[in-house]
Write a protein that binds this ligand. Structure first.
Ligand SMILES: [Zn+2]
Length: 266
């Protein structure tokens, strides 16, 4: 009898131990499932944000593509629109839209030009060469800001010479901006950028004779004089249309009109 009771007790203890181990295991499994669920939820949120960003990107690229197509479209009959701009009233709302879509203002807080756009003796090569942008005085590490909304199409974080570490942003209305000789690139290819956002830090990378920012504006892939755009703001809005810039303002203005009327319909 006695030995039986001992055996019973042993079984009960064994059963209790198994029960406790099993219980701990179930708690462990539940915790795992909870963590997994949390993980899935977090990932879902992340994917949602990523998908949203991609859609935004595609929308913007589509818009830019339409701009290019319309600007390049020879079918646009401008013969009756000689003074198209002068007949157009652009209200404050449209001005604001254009100033944030097309590069305007300086990419630096303090603007001091050290080398202008055009032919000059190359500071390193000592030969006459066309300077496709404008150089701004900037100590290494000066913050560079996007001059308009856009998408980063190039963010080079290493220095192969030439422009060195650099960024290219694609904007609406077939404009692009380029920032060369940086010390740090703070954006990635595909990033959707708002006007005024910090994109990089100036430096001395690439082929330079000292620290500065090389700033280029391109219209339909061709470099243009950036300075008029650097000083383009709400107050000087109309003056830019009278400047002799290497671009077809009439087509651009027509496109702007189309865009503005589309926006009004929307
Ligand atoms: Zn330069």
């Amino acid at each position: 009898m006695k030995s039986n009771i001992i055996t019973d007790k042993k079984y009960i203890i064994l059963f209790l131990i198994i029960f406790i181990i099993f219980g701990i295991y179930i708690i462990y499994l539940n915790l795992n499932i909870y963590n997994l669920k949390e993980n899935i939820n977090n990932k879902n949120e992340l994917y949602k944000i990523q998908i949203k960003n991609r859609i935004k990107e595609i929308d913007l690229l589509n818009e830019q593509l339409t701009d290019l197509q319309q600007i390049l479209n020879i079918g646009l009959d401008l013969s009756n629109n000689g003074n198209i701009y002068l007949n157009t009233k652009i209200n404050d709302f449209d001005k604001k839209y254009l100033l944030k879509s097309i590069p305007s203002g300086s990419p630096l807080k303090k603007t001091f030009i050290t080398s202008e756009y055009g032919y000059r003796e190359h500071p390193v090569l000592k030969k006459m060469k066309f300077h496709t942008g404008v150089d701004f005085k900037a100590a290494i590490g000066t913050e560079v800001y996007a001059p308009a909304d856009g998408i980063v199409v190039k963010s080079r974080k290493f220095d192969p010479g030439g422009y060195g570490k650099m960024i290219i942003i694609s904007h609406n209305f077939a404009f692009k901006t380029l920032f060369g000789h940086l010390s740090d690139v703070l954006v990635n290819e595909g990033d959707v950028i708002k006007k005024g956002s910090l994109i990089g830090l100036t430096g001395n990378s690439g082929q330079t004779s000292g620290p500065h920012l090389h700033y280029e504006i391109r219209f339909i892939e061709k470099d243009i004089e950036p300075i008029n755009f650097v000083y383009w703001n709400n107050k000087t809005f109309n003056t830019i249309f009278t400047k002799k810039i290497k671009l077809d303002w009439e087509k651009l203005i027509l496109l702007i009109k189309i865009r503005i009327s589309e926006r009004k319909i929307l």
